[in-house]
Write a protein that binds this ligand. Structure first.
Ligand code: V47
Ligand code: SF4
Length: 359
């Protein structure tokens, strides 16, 4: 196995590290040394700029047939707290976001047992009419697979129809940990990891950019995290369609995964973000999602290889239903100040990472 010094030499000369080497980094407790390497890898790509965008999350329904064990957001139809937003309400929220300066809506929801595929096309069309300036980033690979099943369409047909209705790109959810043994424990009803990768490959081939997430801090091992990132790195070598990698720290409250844990540690969060920056040499952006990390760790992560902060959000349900202690939203000024105080340059971007304004 490589020593830390051998790995450091590779990172300094911009060479790719192996899965074994990533595991060595996970086994090390020298967080600052790992962070320094990640910061270097990031500086090569992004200098001192840190991206953020102004967006709003809308979750049209929390009714979901999958009921993943880690998910505190989903409900069964008829259960207390189950909801489905009316199209008018979705449009109202999108319009409000546009008026307040957002450039993106982020739309994901449960796999509803009764709504037809046409409903989701309607959602996109209605947003496009109500808020034509917003980029619509919507639907995970898990939802796309479900739409294909309920409509009898192929994945390609579903993607084409959604693009026609206004889909601009896709978020990175549903990946969880792509290793099958882990999925069997945390989300047995969800599509297999290989299917997630297949759908993302088709989306990339179709010209859609996507993100990739990793839900960590539950039953998975370090080897599982590395295997997950390796699958993403291989796909990215083929397609170049991923924009950002977003590690999601597991929030344990109200979830059916009865683990004796209080959530991830700050050390694990920073180490995971830093190793992701080092290992995923073909990803341009590593995004800290402050909703799951908390504002303070998100800010510190900017010295550990992270170059993208998500976002202003406004209202978030998935993490907060699971007990995330972070606030519901961060103002644009709040994000700018957080980046500035970390000694970096805040750059507002659009969904496709075109700079809109340097602060
Ligand atoms: O897929 C569910 C995760 C994801 C919990 O692409 C949980 O820009 C932690 O994917 N604790 C949805 N995480 C959110 C998501 C996302 C968020 C921000 C930006 C982007 C992007 C994507 O939330 C799900 C699942 O992995 N999740 N429950 C929980 N208890
Ligand atoms: Fe449904 Fe997604 Fe929650 Fe799983 S994570 S139960 S698919 S909403």
């Amino acid at each position: 196995m490589s020593t830390f010094e051998a790995i450091a030499a590779k990172v300094r000369s911009a060479q790719r590290i192996s899965t074994d080497e990533a595991l060595t980094l996970f086994g090390s407790n020298d967080l600052l040394a790992i962070g320094e390497l990640a910061a270097l890898a990031n500086e090569h790509k992004n200098g001192r700029n840190v991206f953020f965008n102004v967006n709003r999350h809308i979750n049209p329904t929390n009714i979901c047939v999958n009921r993943c064990a880690f998910c505190a957001f989903s409900r069964t139809s008829g259960e207390e707290g189950a909801y489905t937003l009316a199209l008018d309400e979705i449009c109202r929220r999108a319009g409000e976001a546009q008026d307040e300066g957002a450039t993106e809506v982020h739309i994901v929801g449960g796999l509803h047992p009764d709504l037809p595929f046409e409903y989701y096309e309607e959602v996109l069309r209605a947003i496009r009419t109500a808020a034509p300036r917003l980029h619509i980033k919507a639907f995970t690979a898990v939802e796309i697979d479900y739409f294909a099943r309920i409509s009898g369409n192929s994945i390609q047909q579903v993607l084409e129809r959604l693009k026609t209705a206004g889909l601009g790109s896709m978020p990175g959810g549903g990946a969880e940990i792509l290793v099958e043994e882990v999925r069997q424990k945390i989300c047995p009803e969800k599509i297999p990891g290989q299917r997630w990768l297949e759908i993302i490959r088709l989306a990339h081939r179709d010209g859609l950019k996507t993100n990739a997430t990793m839900l960590y801090g539950h039953v998975e091992t370090h080897a599982d995290r590395v295997a997950h990132m390796d699958m993403l790195r291989r796909l990215q070598d083929d397609t170049c369609g991923f924009q950002a990698f977003i590690p999601l720290a597991f929030q344990p409250e109200n979830s059916d995964l009865k683990l004796d844990i209080k959530g991830t540690s700050g050390l694990d969060d920073l180490k995971t973000l830093a190793i992701a920056r080092i290992f995923l040499d073909n990803f341009d952006h590593i995004k800290a999602y402050w909703v799951m990390l908390g504002e303070k760790i998100a800010q510190v992560s900017l010295a550990f290889g992270v170059n993208d902060l998500d976002g202003t959000v406004v209202e978030e349900k998935i993490g907060h239903d699971a007990g995330a202690p972070s606030p519901q939203s961060l103002s644009k000024e709040g994000i700018i100040s957080l980046i500035r105080k970390a000694g970096r340059i805040p750059v507002e971007r659009d969904t496709l990472y075109r700079p809109l304004r340097v602060f």
